[in-house]
Design a protein around this ligand. Structure first.
Ligand code: MG
Length: 455
């Protein structure tokens, strides 16, 4: 059957793949998936077409007899938290997260405040492709969309409840918040300010064209923000993606730190602080083994999962653990809500620094150092899977994680070789203790590719 949902919702260029007819049809499929009379919370980020898509989504949903509450502009983690904690039956978030500005998208949230699992996406896809829509009789269409402008307030209050306000206030922190001209600007500067932090906001005006930088926080897109952090001697900077579920950190030396390094520091801190939490953390195979280097000696298990945040959230929620994370800056704290959440990440960083009484750069400098290489080679999925088998065979004497492609873990290196979930590509990630070893490993993998695809 055709697929509509990618690894994280339905995405497309506005008025191209995501045209009004498609959106309306999808909204009717989503509404038919939820029971008649369900209370559905709808929110959006500030992307182009957001209001158009929201109007179509609300219209399509109402036709199926569900009750709509309109949250307006809000981060994805705020909508998710409120769905779970204010008794909603589900939600729709209109966002394309970190994608380029011309994209928008739709995420379907279950009553537990986590994106629906794949088997429920398949039901929605079936309704969409077969046009199996519930149309309620005219007498049932009595509910207008109800404005629900409380989501950001409820969310900010909830994340602040995990902070020792007086302790953080006493440290006199200075923090740069880069909200990518989107909805993170509505919550993160406010969260920091409520904790007595001096906040310097960058890219804080809501603007669908993303004039400040692209919505994806990377070393490249954050170069200017990083300069500001070091120039004004801030304690750190935090940068969100378009819907503020990700947070990439810039340390006090102006270095952009990748998400798995930040998550390792936070995981170690939370493991010490909450000895009652189950001794495990969840992450995708694409994360660095730094997390194992640091947590294994503490007796904490690292559970490797397939790439994709929904699986990590659902594993963390059902099995329990200290945290979950993705290497791209998505961090999940189960004592708040087990989804990626840029706002709670900010609170945890402030709380940790206030307790440790040290500079953030010192914590990063203590981590094991790896030299990273990342590349991709175009090839059909079937060929990529053959390469994966060849890599498994070649490294058969090493520890392997084979849940998504193959991750080979050596004493001082790791390799991940996997077919992309969305494109005809083989993705290769390598980390080693020095550049020579990393290049040698890449050479080996490339030779194995040549064996499978001569020339
Ligand atoms: Mg996002």
């Amino acid at each position: 059957m055709n697929r509509l949902f990618g690894t994280d919702g339905v995405r497309g260029v506005v008025n191209k793949e995501l045209d009004p007819e498609m959106v309306l049809r999808l909204a009717q499929a989503i509404g038919s998936f939820f029971d008649e009379g369900s209370r559905i919370l709808v929110g959006r980020d500030s992307r182009v077409g957001g209001e158009m898509i929201k109007s179509l989504v609300i219209g399509g949903l109402i036709s199926t007899g569900v009750k709509i509450y309109d949250a307006g502009l809000t981060p994805t983690p705020a909508l998710q938290y409120v769905i779970a904690h204010e008794g909603f039956d589900g939600g729709v978030m209109i966002t394309a997260s970190h994608n380029p500005p011309e994209y928008n998208g739709i995420k379907v949230i279950d009553s537990d405040g986590i994106e629906v699992p794949r088997e429920k996406e398949e039901v929605i896809e079936e309704y969409f492709f077969e046009k199996k829509f519930r149309r309620v009789p005219w007498r049932s269409l009595v509910h207008e969309a109800t404005p629900y402008p409380y989501v950001n307030d409820i969310y900010v209050k909830a994340v602040l409840s995990h902070a020792d306000k007086e302790l953080i206030r006493s440290r006199g922190f200075k923090v740069v918040v880069d909200a990518a001209n989107s909805v993170g600007a509505l919550t993160s500067p406010r969260i920091a300010r409520e904790l007595g932090v001096k906040v310097i906001s960058i890219n804080a005006s809501i603007d669908p064209l993303f004039p400040g930088r692209l919505p994806e926080p990377t070393v490249e897109t954050l170069s200017e923000t990083a300069k500001i952090v070091s120039n004004i001697s801030a304690d750190f900077g935090i940068a969100h993606d378009g819907d503020a579920d990700r947070a990439i950190v810039i340390d006090d030396k102006g270095r952009v730190q990748w998400g798995d390094r930040t998550a390792t520091i936070l995981a170690r801190y939370l493991a010490d602080k909450h000895s009652d939490l189950p001794r495990r953390v969840f992450t995708a195979v694409s994360s660095s083994i730094i997390i194992e280097d640091v947590l294994k000696p503490m007796g904490i298990e690292v559970v490797w999962l397939k790439v994709g945040s929904i699986g990590i959230s659902r594993a963390l929620a059902s099995q329990g653990g200290i945290c979950g994370f993705e290497e791209n800056g998505g961090f999940m704290y189960p004592l708040h809500h087990p989804v990626r959440d840029g706002g709670i990440t900010l609170v945890l960083l402030l709380q940790m620094l206030a307790e440790y009484k040290c500079e953030l750069s010192e914590l990063f400098d203590e981590l094991p150092q790896y030299y990273a290489l990342k590349t991709k080679i175009p090839m059909p999925r079937e060929v990529a899977l053959t390469v994966v088998e060849r890599v498994k065979e070649y490294f058969k004497n090493y520890r392997q994680v084979t849940i998504d492609g193959v991750k080979v873990i050596g004493r001082d290196f790791w390799i991940l070789v996997r077919p992309s979930g969305t494109e005809p590509l083989l993705r290769i990630m390598i980390e080693a203790k020095d550049v020579e070893k990393a290049n040698e490993l890449l050479g080996i993998v490339k030779n194995l590719v040549k064996e499978v695809v001569p020339g």
